[in-house]
Design a protein around this ligand. Structure first.
Ligand code: WTA
Length: 664
């Protein structure tokens, strides 16, 4: 396990507490600490009864469930299994039926600043037409569709339309390469790929459809019958006869009514690929009932959502945060939300603050990386500092995806929240479906840099390698001791990997292993996440497996060996540092720089821009044990520029360390 970094140490010594004080606290969904304790006690008294109540309160069921939790095939748990429902019905129809059809569902702002407003009535019409379009292409319940689209109304409608038909969607982030896209199309066995001609970000048009074309030539895509293309920029119009179909004319001619397909609660709503410590990305499979219940409930508990709130989560639909806190949670909870196509730094780094001001945003949820980059930008240019905008509508701020350091937390708290708004540091994962450890804003006092306490019903704990609880103040493995409704159901196509990866025998086979190290504060028992215990990096909140990057590196003709480690970075949290052995002599000077750039671009093309290494170092070899294992611990120290003081007696070739110390 990683040693707690100096940052973690500083958080553990962090004793500042910010008790809830906002004037809206008394009317919050969970108004005080006692109410939080009462919910936790309810879950402890009657675990299944607690979850059954939430499932009934949060969702409309076509056929009510009679059984709550089925553990007969643990760890393949089933929740609400004999109930039937439809996710899109819960996100749209039920609000229209309740008389809220004219409420604004989405305030979409394009990269260029054009705003489109859709009510729940509008959205239901569009999703129904889109679902009918999918039907006309032969898509039925259980089929799989890959969605490779920009942040757009079309993207959200497409996910909803799949859900309406029981089609299992798998969204691939628009920044992934054709190779990464091909892997996912093949693994999921997609019958349909949905994309756009191009995407627009930061004033630039970037390819999508041409990447799909390339991915489909790579083999293994025989199941793909059609490619559905949204015309976004008009910049690419090569279509393959018989296979490719333009989205708009097809949707246009459909009826605006589409009966939802009722599915079993356990029917997979989607599969989302994420990086693991070994091998290829894994397809995290989520259910319809349990997932949607928690997406909805956490909108009310974590974000204290109210009818007049204007919610904004800045994530992309290509990640889990975009699934739960854009496509499903806010709509199921009946919220008005802002959806943004672009990036925080275009046309300038005041974009987020301007949009909060323009749209009257009340709940703003973003990633620490974005905050840190905007802090830097406002230090360089006072005009983009949040103080220049009216942010008085804000009442709650959120942070997600990576640890937020106390300095960034305080800046966010003071300069964006005007020292009035609680900051919710939400810890969770692709696999958990929704927030797990996060403060309820009116119930929990905040400490900068801590995600505080588990939400009611979530049995989070910290254990040692043998599965025994550790004491406060001691680091260990973060586990969840009991199954919960929104948890991952399996790894698509690979149940064995699900079982061994998440429910390891060493811990007794019953605890869900999150893959993060954590420690609880001695006094408050608050959780502090220490970062991944496996070889997964978190770069700007994006999960990347070191293995994926290493295999991309060694596929370069010049590269013999590569080892990837993370290195702390003041903006992106972690940055990718690669140690490389070439098949030829080790380059120096200008030549080394040139080859390093070539390899960077290669990785960018193989995996995607998010995987482009920040630093590359060359050596004649890598530090290895006598049995040939790469000593990553040493590489991590080298990358950080630390003196190596630890024991290197097992190292076969100590001389190599001197050479690898040099950065280019
Ligand atoms: C990390 C994103 C510290 C953690 C929702 C986890 C965090 C991984 C936090 C999951 C947080 C997420 N504080 N670390 N508040 N939230 N992480 O699957 O290492 O993209 O295991 O889900 O991000 O990343 P994923």
């Amino acid at each position: 396990m990683h040693e707690p970094s100096s940052n973690i140490q500083s958080v553990l010594q962090e004793n500042r507490l910010f008790p809830p004080f906002a004037n809206w606290c008394s009317t919050a969904a969970v108004p005080n600490h006692d109410a939080y304790e009462e919910l936790c006690a309810e879950a402890n008294r009657d675990y299944e009864g607690f979850w059954a109540r939430l499932a009934r309160e949060n969702l409309d069921w076509y056929q009510p469930f009679t059984q709550t939790l089925d553990e007969s095939e643990a760890p393949f748990y089933k929740w609400f299994a004999d109930g039937k429902l439809n996710a899109s019905y819960n996100c749209l129809d039920r609000h229209v039926k309740a008389g809220n059809g004219n409420k604004v569902a989405i305030r979409f702002e394009s990269d260029a600043g054009v705003v489109t407003i859709l009510t729940y009535n509008d959205l239901l019409r569009r999703v129904s037409k889109t679902a009918n379009a999918l039907k006309s292409l032969g898509m039925v319940k259980g089929d799989r569709a890959i969605i490779y689209m920009p942040m757009s109304i079309e993207g959200i409608c497409m996910m909803q339309a799949c859900a309406r038909l029981g089609v299992i969607h798998s969204v691939v982030f628009g920044g992934f390469s054709s190779k990464a896209l091909n892997d996912r199309i093949v693994d999921i066995g997609a019958k349909l790929v949905i994309t756009a001609d191009e995407q627009t970000r930061g004033g630039k048009n970037l390819p999508l459809k041409s990447t799909v074309d390339e991915a489909l030539t790579m083999g293994g895509c025989e199941a793909v019958e059609h490619v559905l293309v949204n015309r976004r920029t008009g910049g690419y119009d090569k279509m393959q006869e018989g296979r490719d179909v333009w989205l708009e004319p097809l949707v246009e001619k459909q009826l605006a009514k589409c009966e939802p397909t009722w599915v079993e609660a356990e029917h997979p709503l989607f599969v989302l690929y994420t990086s693991g410590s070994t091998g290829s990305p894994k397809g995290v499979q989520h259910s319809t009932g349990g997932y949607l219940m928690w997406a909805t409930q956490t909108m009310k508990w974590t974000f204290d959502l109210r009818p007049n709130d204007v919610f904004w989560c800045t994530a992309d639909i290509g990640w889990i945060t975009g699934h739960t806190y854009i496509t499903y949670g806010p709509l199921s909870a009946g919220a008005t939300q802002i959806v943004f196509e672009g990036i925080p730094t275009y046309p300038d780094s005041g974009r987020f603050w301007k949009m909060i001001d323009d749209h009257g945003c009340t709940i703003f949820h973003t990633a620490p990386t974005a905050i840190r980059s905007l802090i830097k930008a406002s230090e360089m240019d006072d005009k983009v500092h949040p103080k220049n905008y009216n942010l008085s509508t804000l009442r709650i701020l959120g942070s997600v995806g990576e640890p937020i350091n106390p300095e960034a937390w305080m800046w966010y708290y003071k300069n964006v929240g005007g020292s009035r708004c609680p900051i919710l540091d939400t810890f969770w994962q692709t696999e958990t479906g929704g927030n797990m450890i996060a403060p309820m804003p009116a119930a929990i006092a905040l400490t900068p840099g801590s995600c505080t306490l588990p939400l009611p019903g979530i049995q989070a704990a910290i254990v040692d390698e043998a599965g025994h609880d550790v004491e406060n103040g001691q680091g260990g493995l973060l586990v969840i001791k009991r199954p919960w409704p929104s948890m991952i159901r399996t790894v698509w196509n690979n149940p064995e990997r699900y079982k061994s990866g998440y429910f390891p025998e060493e811990l007794g086979g019953k605890y869900y292993l999150a893959g993060d190290g954590a420690v609880r504060h001695v006094d408050t028992s608050y959780f502090q996440i220490m970062g991944r215990i496996d070889d997964v990096l978190n770069v700007s909140g994006h999960r990347l497996g070191t293995m994926e990057i290493e295999s991309a590196c060694v596929s370069h003709p010049l590269v013999a060996e590569a080892a990837v480690v993370g290195k702390p970075d003041s903006v992106t949290g972690e940055a990718i540092c690669v140690f490389i052995v070439l098949k030829r002599e080790t380059p120096v000077g200008e030549e080394a720089k040139q080859i390093a750039n070539e390899i960077r671009d290669w990785v960018r093309k193989e995996v995607g821009p998010i995987a482009r290494p920040k630093e590359i170092r060359f050596g004649d070899n890598l530090p290895k044990t006598r049995s040939g294992k790469i000593m990553r611990r040493l590489l991590r120290s080298l990358a950080k520029g630390e003196e190596i003081t630890s024991d290197i007696s097992t190292l076969e070739n100590p001389g190599i360390l001197e050479q690898l110390k040099q950065s280019l």
